[in-house]
Design a protein around this ligand. Structure first.
Ligand SMILES: Nc1ncnc2c1ncn2[C@@H]1O[C@H](COP(=O)(O)OP(=O)(O)OP(=O)(O)O)[C@@H](O)[C@H]1O
Length: 270
């Protein structure tokens, strides 16, 4: 069953003529992108800065409307849903951001931050919500003693864990992770990727994993889509991308990837 599908998605910014923009200033951030994600799979969306990855992520989640094309979730066209209709789909799809701290209310405690989606969706009693918050917190490896802390009292890794706890608290099926660990050091990044892998098998999650780092996709993703100037220029199973990269842009990305096996490196680059 296809969980998510994009059909000929395009997004142009600044297309409408207004006081601020002109046709000449239009920027096509995403151009005619089609892709799909099976339930339980992870799709890596790779490309350099400005290639359109975040815009595509927002379009898939319905946070932004496409200029043309559509998004299907479990076969349902969600492109033109109004806010109320979108609400019934939104709790099944959540996003993890690069910088969780900027998405948190600095005055909230960790319990309030993770519990906010539960309050928004009026889930259960205050006691039941507290239980769910605790469960999510423990799933991401933080103990109950963090409940009363504020975001600025947490390390970068702990902030990202709280961001993940908040994203899973409503029991979603799909997480769109937008460069979630790029500000963390290599050791922490590995730990967090392992956490996402554990959550995937425990909760049956599917991921769209946005990154500029092709070295992360090998172990973590099932398929890889390479984006360049708003288009998908390459689509492969992740274990094949090192050896069978076809597009010159993918090959140029591979040049910056440390590949352990020198034989694979030969194949990848030439
Ligand atoms: N709201 C917006 N208004 C106008 N232009 C935008 C907007 N959002 C993105 N863009 C432009 O669209 C293009 C793609 O941006 P996007 O953020 O999707 O790329 P990205 O691959 O995610 O880059 P990064 O990794 O740096 O976030 C860029 O040229 C960007 O300036």
């Amino acid at each position: 069953m296809k969980l998510l599908e994009a059909v000929s998605l395009s997004k142009t910014y600044g297309k409408e003529r207004s006081w601020f923009t002109t046709q000449a200033g239009a920027m096509q951030a995403v151009h005619n992108v089609s892709l799909s994600l099976e339930q339980g799979e992870t799709l890596g969306l790779v490309g350099e800065s400005g290639s359109g990855k975040s815009t595509l992520g927002r379009l898939l989640l319905g946070l932004d409307k496409p200029t043309s094309g559509k998004v299907l979730y479990r076969g349902q066209d969600i492109t033109d849903l109004n806010l109320k209709q979108m609400r019934s789909v939104r709790h099944r799809m959540q996003m993890i951001f690069q910088n969780s701290l900027s998405a948190f209310n600095p005055l909230f405690t960790v319990e309030q931050i993770i519990g906010e989606p539960l309050r928004n969706y009026r889930v259960g009693t205050a006691e039941a919500r507290r239980e769910k918050v605790l469960e999510s917190l423990e799933r991401v490896g933080l103990s109950s003693q963090y409940m009363r802390r504020h975001p600025h009292e947490l390390s970068g890794g702990q902030q990202q864990r709280v961001g993940i706890a908040r994203a899973i608290v409503l029991g979603p099926e799909l997480l769109i992770c937008d460069e979630p660990f790029s500000s963390l050091d290599a050791t922490l990044r590995r730990q967090m990727l392992n956490l996402l892998l554990d959550l995937k098998s425990q909760l049956g999650l599917s991921y769209v994993f946005i990154t500029h780092d092709l070295s992360l996709v090998d172990r973590f993703c099932d398929h890889v889509a390479v984006m360049h100037q708003g288009q998908i220029v390459e689509w492969q199973r992740s274990e094949c991308i090192l050896q069978n990269a076809v597009h010159p842009y993918t090959r140029s990305l591979l040049e910056s990837v440390p590949i352990q096996d020198p034989r694979l490196r030969q194949v990848a680059l030439f």
